[in-house]
Each structure stands twice: as C-alpha cells, then as structure tokens.
Design a protein around this ligand. Structure first.
Ligand code: ATP
Length: 687
C-alpha cells in the first residue's frame, strides 16, 4: 500500500467531508466512497464485523474488505452494527479545579495533546505507556466519563455521532478501583445491578440465567454466595475476584464498547491471562474493547489486536503489537530477543531518572516520527472517512430513545432501599451496640427517676428532667451517627448516578427509608422502658404522645444529620457546623431558659428547635388537666405551682399547642430531608 494512495484517499475524504452534500441520497454517497479508491487504500485488516456479524475478506490482496466494516449510516444503531469509535485532535486539559468547584483553578495543564485514533468493532486494543503518560485520562475522555476539573477539546465520535450521555448505556467502564457495597453477596450485587441496569420488563428467571452465565464466564460461580466485603474485612472476595465481578457487572448490559482501566493490575499472571482471554472472547462477539495496561507479560502483549503507545499525552505508536516493535527498530530501538517486548517499548518511552530531558526528547521524537508515518496515515483515512460519513448522514441520532430504559421511579427506589437496608442490618455490631446502648440508658434514666416522680414541687422538676432526657437522648446520638452516611458512600454514589443508574432523589429517599425501621424501633424501646420504670403519668394518651414525640424527635434529628452529611464533603466539616447548631437547639428547648424571657432579636430561634416542640408536647401530655400539685408546707415562701396549667406556663408552654408541635416536627423532618437532597444533588453537579 503506498503512501500516495493513502494521501489520495485522505484528501478525497477530507475534500468531500468539508461540506454536507446537498441532494443525493446518503447511501449513494457512501457507495461512491466505499467502492473506489478507499477500499484499496484502507489500513491492513482490523477484525471487522459485517452487517450480519461475520468477517469477510477483501478480494484484493486477501485483506479484509473494509467495506464490510462500514455501516450504511442510514440509521444509527451501534448495538446492531457494532460501534466504531474515532477521535481526532483530542486535547484534555486539567483546570486544577476540584470536585465541588473548589480550588483556585491554578494553571491549566495539557494532559492529552492532539491525539487521534480509531477502534473498530471486534478489536481489543491496549493503551500502554509509562505512568503519567495520560492513558487513564484519554480513556475517560473517550468514554465520556471525564473527571471533574478537566476540559476536553476535539472530536470523539461513535459511528459518526459525537459522544454524549448515551455512552453510559452504550459502553461499559471497568474502573481501576473497584467500588462495591461490601455487605452484599456476589449474587445479590449482580441481581441488584441487573435490576438497575436492565429494563423493568426483564423477568427474574431471565436475570438469574444471565447472572449465572456471567458468573460462569468470569469464574465467579464458586463465590456466588460470598460477601463482597470492605477493605480490611476478613474472608471476603479477593482483589482479583472483585475485578472480575466489576467485569461481570459491566457485561450485564452487553456493552458494544468496553473500557477497562488497568484490569490486570493486582492479578497474578495466570489470572491476568484468563481475564484477557475473556476480553478476547468478548471482542470476537463484536465488542470494541479499550484497555489501559501496565507492563503486560510477552504473552499478554501478543493477545491484543492493537496497541496504542503513549508518552507525555501524545501517541508514539498505534497499530499491531508486532508492528510496534518494527517501528521502534526502524528508528533505532531494537528489542533484545530475550526481552519482554511490552516492557521494552514502555522503557523506551519512559522518563529515566537523571536523564529526564534526554528521555523526553527521544520520546517526543518517536511521537513526531509516528505522526508522519504510514501507520498514522492509514489511521487518519479511517478517521476522516468516519467523520465524512457523519457529516453526510441525513439521519438524526435518536439519543433520547436510545437512552431510555424502561424503569420506574418507585421500582428503582425500592431496589436502592433494599440495598441500603441490607447494609444497615448486616452491620450487626453497630446495630446491637446501638440497641444495647439505648436499653442501658433507658434503664439508668428510668431507675434514677423512679422514686422522684410525684405531684409536688420536686416532682415537677423530676418530670421535666426526665422529659428532657427523652428529648436529648433521641436527638444527639442519632444526629451525629448519620453524619458520615453521604461522605462515606459518595464515590460509589457518584459513579452509579453518573452512569445513569438512578437519580439523586432516589438514592436519598432510599437511604432515608432504610433507616426508618430503626428510627421507630429504638425510641419505642427507650420510651417503653424509661416511661414505666420512672412511673410517669399512667394514661394511654400521655404514653402515646411521649412515644410519638420521641419517635419524631429521633427522625427529625436524623434528617438534620443527613442534611449536614449531604451538605458538607467531610465528617469533620459537618461536625464543625453542627456543634454550634446543637447549642441553639438545646438552649431553646425550654428547659434552661423561659422562652418568653429571651431577647426579642433571637426570640424566633425556639421555632426551629424540635427539642422545644417535643418538650412542649410531652409536657402537655404530663400536665394537661392536672390540678392537685402540692406545695411545700415547710417553706410557704417558696414558689408553688398548683396546677398543670401553671407548670406549663412556667416553661412558656401552652396546652393548646399539642398538635402544632407534632406538625411542626413533621414539617422540619421533611424540610431537612428536602434540603439534604438538594445539597446532595448540587454536589453531583460539581462532582
Ligand atoms: N485533574 C488533574 N489535574 C492535574 N493533573 C492531572 C489531572 N488528572 C491527571 N493529571 C496528570 O496528567 C498526567 C496523566 O495522568 P493519567 O492518570 O492519565 O496517567 P496514566 O498514564 O493513566 O498513569 P498511571 O498509569 O500511573 O495510572 C499525570 O501526570 C497526572 O498527574
């Protein structure tokens, strides 16, 4: 194949693609390009997928007919025809801004520098290069999964269409770091992900069959019932098994493009080889697979159809693994016969300590040489052809319909709640400890107050005292215990929500719902024990009001904790703001100061204090209708409250406020949760 021929084809494509043709059908345009010089000038065979999913051979020179790899482009259907991903003049810049919009910006740094390339259906390509060469950044840009604070410039197309959010459905992305909910078993995780990723119409038996098949294919059948586990926990999935589980999860949706960020890192050579064999099989079925990979063994290196070698954000070579060695040899870098070729190639491009300038110069020289090489010319023909096809296509990409997955809000929320609930109940140490702690405090408080509750002046103090214990015990510990909920799970939440698996509102509601059983059970146990031990007012009404107010207090406090957890990025930051807020709540609870005596400017603060609302509601339940409080006979000069009404007035409480207090707590509960959800959503916009 001559360079002249390639440049002829390239210039024809460029010339024709400059403008959208007016008139004439798309097919005729395509045909005129497919059947004439381009088929001759096209690159050496990449494994290709014909319309029927089989490969065919070009009649000239035995190379595969490139024509068969081209879609007709009268519709956009990567799932049926396979996906060709091309990128041209791609640059990626880091702005220095962190997630959440923080950071001063700093100098803009170019990470990827004018990179072009193409991957056709059925190709397994390895992105290689020394550490920091830009492999992960390039792959994230191609997958439409950019890190916050980065800017992408240039064209990236799938079957001629610019990439967009549809990439989350069309492609799978196996991340370098595996994030899972450790409390689930492998099967539970797969089932949960299937429920989120697949159409609602796919039934249970189909999902089970699919999971079984995927676990079999990834060698995870024997761990089907094993818990995934968190880092540091014993007897859970190994690192390699987690990696394979990440693969299996991505394969649920049968992606047409699969991105794998260092899939073999941390695996022994046998497991790594198994994994790449699985990728080869997948590629044979038409999936385009792009992997970043570190120092593969010779055998692993030769298993890839194509390699793309990167140095300092540029391409030093793209083509077949063997051709890479030939290219390097032609330019003075000959791989010794007993040397691992991948290690050799990366070594040539790496920056040697002490010789930084010289190594960078030689790597840049190779990049320059590749840019004007025949291989680069062949690649550009393919890229330009794809660009041209897109420009002449009259079809409209129906991204919306492509993205749509038959799911419904409630169904997704149900599965998220189920997962969150399993996480809560499968942490028995925390659950048992919390319950034991509640029972112990209830017993202690009940016993301490058991002899002090009576209808006299000392009894008034004792009753108000234990009511404050009910309120404070259900406020502080639950509020602080949920502060880490969102910061802890944020990375997984971001990854899943960015992949379009669910919305922020669904995740937030699911977390709130999963906590609910505990938030009802715990205050109930507390009140039952302490109320009867202390011998508070023995009427059903008073008891029920105490139960309802305690439950509401615990739920509102947790909602407040969730809000602070969602609003701040870390536990220490959330704590720093919550502690002063605590004091406002406590001071305005009605126990420490007569609310009517507060300065006018801050007299509104009790209205945001659910401690005040709960205290007032419980006090009303204890004192409403009481008229026989005795006074001390020893000292008639001491102040004396003879009726419940007087007791309530002493604390600036009012008998008629019972329902107001209950409703106020309900409103605050929803208010905090709505705010929490909004703040979490804001974080996803910047994250
Ligand atoms: N958001 C960012 N801000 C500033 N620099 C960044 C950012 N992201 C990546 N970089 C820098 O860009 C370069 C390429 O990073 P990248 O992670 O793509 O390299 P890599 O080839 O995948 O490396 P490794 O093999 O070690 O994972 C590195 O020098 C890295 O420090």
């Amino acid at each position: 194949m001559s360079v002249a021929c390639i440049s002829l084809a390239t210039s024809m494509v460029k010339g024709a693609s400059g403008k959208r043709r007016s008139g004439g059908s798309l097919n005729s345009t395509v045909e005129s390009f497919e059947c004439q010089p381009i088929t001759v000038a096209l690159p050496p065979p990449v494994s290709c997928l014909s319309g029927s999913g089989t490969t065919s051979h070009h009649p000239i020179g035995g190379s595969r007919c490139y024509q068969s790899t081209l879609r007709s482009y009268n519709k956009w259907s990567p799932t049926e025809q396979g996906a060709t991903l091309v990128w041209r003049d791609l640059c990626v810049y880091a702005t220095g801004k962190q997630a959440g919009g923080s950071g001063d910006g700093g100098p803009i740094k170019r990470i990827i520098n004018n990179v072009s390339g193409a991957v056709t259906p059925g190709t397994l390509i390895a992105l290689m290069g020394s550490s920091g060469a830009g492999k992960s950044t390039l792959m994230s840009a191609l997958a439409y999964r950019m890190q916050p604070g980065t800017i992408v410039q240039g064209d990236v197309l799938v079957n001629g269409q610019p990439i967009g959010p549809y990439m989350y459905r069309l492609s799978g992305f196996v991340h370098q770091d595996d994030l899972f909910v450790g409390s689930l078993t492998v099967t539970e995780h797969m089932y949960f992900m299937a429920k989120l990723k697949l159409d609602r119409t796919v039934n249970r038996s189909t999902i089970n069959r699919l999971i079984e098949e995927l676990l079999e294919r990834t060698g995870l059948s024997k761990c089907a019932s094993t818990r995934i586990g968190e880092v540091g926990e014993g007897k859970m999935l190994s690192g390699g098994e987690k990696k394979r589980l990440a693969f299996a999860t991505e394969l649920l949706t049968k992606p047409t493009i699969l991105f794998c960020d260092e899939p073999t890192t941390g695996l022994d050579s046998f497991s790594a080889q198994n994994l790449v064999s699985t990728l080869q099989l997948l590629a044979k079925r038409g999936t385009a697979i792009i992997c970043t990979i570190h120092q593969p063994s010779s055998q692993l290196f030769s298993m890839f159809d194509q390699v793309m070698l990167m140095a300092d954000g540029r391409v030093a070579f793209a083509g077949k693994p063997n051709d890479a060695l030939i290219f390097f040899e032609q330019h003075g870098y000959s791989c010794p016969s007993n040397y691992n070729p991948a290690e050799f190639l990366i070594g040539v491009l790496a920056t040697a300590p002490g010789y930084e300038k010289a190594s960078q110069r030689s790597a840049q020289r190779l990049c320059d040489l590749f840019a004007v090489s025949e291989a680069a010319g062949q690649r550009d023909v393919l890229i330009n052809l794809e660009m041209h096809m897109a420009e002449t296509g009259d079809f409209k990409i129906t991204e919306e319909s492509y993205l749509s997955r038959k799911s419904n809000w409630l169904c997704t929320t149900y599965w998220l709640t189920y997962r969150a609930f399993l996480t809560v109940v499968r942490d028995p140490t925390v659950q048992y400890l919390r319950l034991l702690q509640k029972i112990a405090i209830a017993l202690m408080a009940g016993l301490c107050f058991s002899g002090a509750i009576s209808l006299d002046q000392l009894g008034v103090q004792a009753i108000q005292g234990i009511l404050f214990i009910f309120v404070s015990e259900n406020t502080f510990s639950p509020m602080y215990s949920v502060l880490s909920v969102f910061p802890d799970t944020f990375p997984l939440f971001m990854r899943e929500t960015k992949s379009g698996l669910y919305r922020t509102s669904q995740y937030y509601v699911a977390n709130a719902l999963a906590m609910l059983p505990g938030l009802i059970f715990e205050p109930l146990v507390f009140v039952i024990i302490a109320y009867w031990l202390a011998a508070l007012r023995p009427t059903f009404g008073a008891f029920m009001v105490t139960v309802i107010a305690s439950t509401l207090v615990m739920n509102v406090s947790t909602a407040c904790g969730c809000f602070f957890s969602a609003a701040f990025n870390s536990l220490p930051l959330a704590m720093a703001y919550l502690v002063p807020f605590d004091y406002i709540l406590m001071i305005t609870s009605g126990v420490f100061i007569q609310l009517s005596s507060m300065p006018k400017a801050i007299s509104w603060t009790p209205y945001i204090s659910w401690m005040m609302y709960a205290n007032e509601a419980m006090s009303i339940a204890q004192w409403e209708g009481v008229s026989n409080i005795t006074c001390s006979v020893e000292d008639p000069n001491l102040p004396c409250m003879r009726t419940g009404e007087e007791v309530l007035a002493h604390y600036s409480f009012d008998e008629s406020h019972l329902w107001r207090n209950i409703w106020a707590m309900v409103v605050i509960y929803f208010g905090f949760h709505i705010l929490g959800c909004v703040f979490l959503w804001r974080k996803t916009k910047h994250g």
